[in-house]
Structures are given as C-alpha cells and as structure tokens.
Design a binder for this molecule. Structure first.
Ligand code: DGP
Length: 112
C-alpha cells in the first residue's frame, strides 16, 4: 500500500519517534506549526475517523490515553494543548491514514 504513514510505521521511512508500542506510533510533524507538534497514528491502516470500526474501539481508547500521556511528558498539561484529527478535503486532510495532531507550546489561535 502506498501510504506514507504506513511506511513510517513499518520503519521504511524515517521519523523522529516520540512513542511506540505494538499498535501505535507517535512522531514529530515534518512541518510543525507549534513548538510541540506531534502526530499519533495507529500502525494499522485506517483512512480517517470516518472509517473507524467498532473492533478498533479498544485501540482507539488506548490511543487517547497515549495522547494524554505524550502531552503530559511534553510538559503541555499546565498551559494546555490541542488535539485534532482531519477527515476529508474540507478539513485539509493531506495524509489518508488516521492521525491525531498534538499541538502546544504556544498560545493557539481559534479553530477554523
Ligand atoms: P493532515 O493530513 O492535514 O491532518 O496533516 C498531515 C500532517 O502530516 C502534516 O502536518 C504534515 C505531516 N507529514 C506529512 N508527511 C510527513 C512525513 O513524511 N513525515 C512527517 N514526520 N510528517 C509528515
């Protein structure tokens, strides 16, 4: 499958890893828009939130806990942070592999 995030997850392309376990990978965004800009992905190929399935629920729940833990480890919990996931062209999704952005380290502007 020609998916850039699958290739990163499989180690075929490099990334600056922040966290990894059997199911999940977190790495620094190549084009950061904040001092902390980390992407968290499932290693399993899922296109976006629009295509998650009930069988993914446990993994997705662990993903949320992992996002929380990464934000805390990055020192973001006191001042705050933003977590977002894009789906489809109106959102600006450019990589069709489910990912959450963790953004922080500066005052973020309004959403939208
Ligand atoms: P989006 O699909 O718009 O939610 O954002 C995709 C993000 O992925 C974007 O902020 C840039 C980042 N990105 C794209 N290609 C790579 C890559 O090869 N390596 C890394 N680290 N980040 C990438």
């Amino acid at each position: 499958m020609d998916c850039i995030f699958c290739k990163i997850a499989q180690g075929e392309l490099p990334s600056t890893k922040v966290y990894e376990d059997e199911e999940l990978l977190a790495f620094k965004d190549i084009n950061p828009v904040a001092p902390v800009h980390i992407l968290v992905i499932p290693k399993k190929h899922i296109v976006s939130l629009a295509t998650i399935e009930a069988q993914d629920a446990d993994m997705l729940g662990r993903m949320m806990l992992t996002i929380r833990d990464i934000a805390t480890e990055q020192g973001l919990d006191e001042n705050g942070y933003r977590v977002l996931s894009n789906h489809g062209p109106d959102s600006g999704q450019i990589v069709d592999h489910l990912h959450y952005h963790i953004l922080g380290g500066r005052k973020l502007g309004p959403i939208g």
